[in-house]
Ligand binder design. Structure first.
Ligand code: HEM
Ligand code: NAG
Ligand code: NAG
Ligand code: NAG
Length: 336
């Protein structure tokens, strides 16, 4: 009777394998500590990397689920996600994830998935930039497929409008509120319950290529997006001269405090200093503007909501149990 019951329970557990906090507690107790050490060292040397890990997790989860597919190198036959225009050359930090993986392989061979390493690193990056730390449910398995074209199909664009953005997030099981909290895009103020402050777009940088169209080639006579504050436009044009789209030049996502995970995003919008058209669309109506004004005040609740939304994003399309594999090297699928 008892063994049968245990078997049924085990079977049920296998069928419904879920992520859980502390998944490696027994199999690799130092897993999260090792990742944190490697990430902390890297961010101390190069603070911008914190933003990269956060964005890497987002771009991994939206393409084939959070399965580490963003880490796989292109091969002769396949251009991988890593090399899609969404990720190459703007996304960095792959070498840090590979270094963390190498250390984990020394400590516990073949145990900790690459997908989980990204999820841990994103959390650690947020914390290092002043965001709230949070527990990351783990136990993700690694996928074996990575295609550049799928990044293009599944990731939002900086010029996307509200409907397009909402649809892209809904397809991943995320609400409009999740989207606004994660990215800091309270477009047209549709989210009434959203707390003050902002999301991922308060840290990091953007390459000039993501905004040159808005600066020099906008679809109006003036050629510059008229919703952009003229002083801010001047600053941006200095940093991103005409023809700089192909260069390595960048501008801060948040002109006030790009290093800190904080609430200045909405205050910037009030001054017409949203970097992307999709950011600034938020000020498009009186009602929305009122909402932004309210949200411009810092709310500690935001940090909590952001952490919750990150955990939710980290569940998108995960492989668990016996699905997929645990890659030995994050850059290549096993057995090839
Ligand atoms: C809502 C739709 C979103 C759009 C259209 C969007 C678009 C962009 C673009 C165009 C860049 C600049 C890339 C470059 O040219 O260098 C960027 C940067 C960034 N995004 Fe988003 N994003 C969105 C949502 C998110 C979400 C949900 C997260 C994370 C949870 C995120 C995290 C970041 C970070 C951290 C950066 C800075 C990267 C760095 O410093 O290298 N974004 N995003
Ligand atoms: C401006 O945009 C149009 C349409 O997207 C494009 O054909 C043209 O090459 C762009 N010009 C510059 C200078 O980037
Ligand atoms: C961009 O940066 C890379 C490496 O950091 C460098 O090799 C390359 O020359 C740079 N390209 C431009 C156009 O500045
Ligand atoms: C993947 O490519 C990067 C450079 O793009 C390289 O440094 C790394 O060693 C490669 N990984 C594997 C496993 O080949």
């Amino acid at each position: 009777m008892l063994p049968a019951l245990v078997m049924v329970l085990c079977l049920a557990a296998q069928l419904e394998a879920q992520l859980q906090v502390g998944f490696y507690r027994k199999t690799c107790p130092l897993a999260e500590t090792i990742v944190k050490e490697v990430v902390t060292d890297a961010v101390k040397k190069e603070s911008e990397l914190a933003a990269d890990f956060l964005r890497m997790h987002f771009h991994d989860c939206f393409v084939r689920g959070c399965d580490g597919s963003i880490l796989i190198n292109s091969t002769k036959n396949d251009v991988a996600e890593k090399d899609s225009p969404d990720n190459n050359p703007s996304l960095e930090g792959f070498d840090v994830i590979d270094a963390a993986k190498a250390k984990l392989e020394e400590a516990c061979r073949g145990v900790v998935s690459c997908a989980d390493i990204i999820a841990f690193a994103a959390r650690d990056g947020v914390e290092l930039r002043g965001g709230l730390s949070y527990e990351v449910p783990s136990g993700r398995r690694d996928g074996r497929i990575s295609r550049s074209s799928e990044a293009n199909e599944n990731l939002p664009r900086p010029a996307s409008n509200l409907e397009q953005l909402t649809q892209i997030f809904a397809r991943k099981g995320l609400t409009q509120e999740d989207m606004i909290i994660l990215s800091g895009k309270n477009i047209k103020g549709i989210c009434k319950r959203c707390p003050a402050s902002a999301g991922a777009h308060t840290i990091g940088v953007s390459r000039c290529s993501s905004i040159t169209k808005r600066l020099y080639n906008f679809s109006t006579a003036a050629a510059t997006d008229p919703t952009l504050d003229s002083g801010y436009a001047k600053t941006l044009k200095r940093r991103c001269p005409s023809g700089s789209a192909g260069s390595n030049l960048t501008v801060p996502m948040d002109p006030v405090s790009p290093e800190m995970f904080d609430s200045s995003y909405y205050r910037n919008l009030l001054r017409h200093r949203g970097l992307f058209a999709s950011d600034q669309a938020l000020m498009g109506s009186a009602k929305a503007a009122r909402l932004v004004r309210r949200h411009a005040k810092y709310s500690p609740l935001f940090r909590q909501r952001f952490a919750e939304a990150m955990v939710k994003m980290g569940h998108i399309g995960v492989l668990t149990g016996e699905e997929g594999e645990v890659r030995f090297n994050c850059g290549v699928i096993n057995g090839c």
